[in-house]
Design a binder for this molecule. Sequence first.
Ligand SMILES: N[C@@H](CCC(=O)N[C@@H](CS)C(=O)NCC(=O)O)C(=O)O
Length: 206
Amino acid sequence: MTSPLKLYFSPGTCALNPHIVLAELGLDAELVKTDIRTKKTADGGDFRLVNPLGYVPVLVAAGGLKLTEGPAITQYLADLRPEAGLAPANGTPDRYILQQWLNFISTEIHKGFTPLFNAALPAEAHDHARATLRTRFDMLSEQLKGKEFMLFDRFTLADSYLFTVLRWTAFTGIDLTQWPELDRYSANLRQRPSVVQAMAEEGIKR
Ligand SMILES: N[C@@H](CCC(=O)N[C@@H](CS)C(=O)NCC(=O)O)C(=O)O
């Protein structure tokens, strides 16, 4: 039987986050590899017909529901299996705390990296992006002091997302060992079976 879930991803991008969540929840999904430069899916399809803005992740779910935006996709998935505890119940104070952090990771960290992936920008723009990220990493490092997970003493959607974006430091000239707490946190999560599985399925080595 084909899976009712389909995830459009590109290896090592922010789509690794919902991919980890799928693995964490033990949900089967059809994984559609997408080239975000050519906007083609692996079978030669036009990805812009799936997302006119041409970015991953995109989740297609039962009933034809189509979602973009990582935090919406991962919350949808978490709510399919609430017993796994990846997101507190909707409407509870803890759910808003989770949403606060997902929004922080999305806007302050994820999008903070964007200039660093744009080789056309001048060095000053890259330096500015790194300097801004450093201030966010200082704050996160305090938040994670002595902790295995970001929130509620358990693995949540905040961890799959933060792990995904911290991985990018290795490719953008940021030495994560400057923040031993973040380095330790990231190294621990890398050993997690769902993370190992999702990275292997995407063919990511490091
Ligand atoms: N707002 C979207 C942004 C997703 C995004 O930045 N995707 C990147 C990969 S990490 C992408 O596909 N970029 C290709 C493009 O924008 O052309 C989200 O948060 O899910």
